[in-house]
Write a protein that binds this ligand. Structure first.
Ligand code: GRF
Length: 218
């Protein structure tokens, strides 16, 4: 049997997306394994989730570095040490420099709680509600040097309901995040993702019905 794809996951907080990846790997849906979970915060709850699953963890505190580049170099070194072939940002609240992004170009995914390219950046649920958007959602994308702007792998759409506040909308989006991040990692692990400019294609056209449903235009 071939070795399962080694994934590194970077977190700063709750780690519910990390948990979704752990669970889908454990039940065999995602053909990969998490080799290391790295947090920039020692109190990130996601570290407990990783420990409970027997996954090695590292805390690399950005405040101990004089600049962003040296912090990023430490992250790269830890990920290389763990032998990861794919890096998943999962609620990692630091902006990465080209030092990091170039080290993992084409092997670096992020999940964002909006339908990019609408609402990049922070406080996206408040902004979607304030803008009167009828739909929002979640996006898994490859990370490039421009924040929240890399090629889109998969998106899931949710309605913005009358009476929503940021918390209710975030919860609705988060449920979808937990579906699509494992899906994107599965496709990557299967070697099925091809990037053509800004567009990500599934190489073999063997989409599952689920993928067809939630890949707009797919
Ligand atoms: C998610 O909404 C994700 O899209 C964003 O940060 C949040 C992380 O949540 N990048 P969790 O730590 O995975 O629970």
């Amino acid at each position: 049997m071939t070795e399962r794809l080694a994934v590194g996951v970077l977190i700063s907080g709750s780690g519910s997306n990390l948990q979704a990846l752990i669970d889908r790997m454990a039940d065999g849906a995602v053909p990969a394994r998490i080799a290391v979970v790295i947090s920039n915060r020692a109190d990130a709850y996601g570290l407990e989730r990783a420990r409970a699953a027997g996954i090695p963890t590292r805390v690399i505190d950005h405040r101990e570095f004089s600049d962003r580049e040296s912090f990023d170099q430490a992250l790269v070194a830890a990920l290389h040490e763990a032998g990861v072939a794919l890096v998943c940002l999962a609620g990692f609240m630091r902006v990465l420099t080209p030092v990091f992004i170039r080290a993992f170009a084409g092997r670096l995914l992020n999940i964002h709680p909006a339908l990019l390219p609408a609402f990049p950046g922070l406080h996206v649920q408040e902004r979607a509600i304030a803008a009167g958007a009828k739909f929002s959602g979640a996006t898994v994308h490859f990370v490039t040097e421009e924040v929240d702007a890399g090629p889109i792998v998969v998106q899931a759409v949710v309605p913005v309901l009358d009476g929503d506040d940021a918390a209710t909308l975030a919860a609705r989006i988060l449920k979808q995040e937990h579906r699509i991040y494992p899906l994107a990692v599965t496709w990557f692990a299967q070697g099925r993702l091809r990037v053509a400019g800004q567009r990500v294609l599934l190489a073999d056209g063997q989409e599952t019905p689920e993928a067809v449903l939630i890949q707009p235009g797919g």
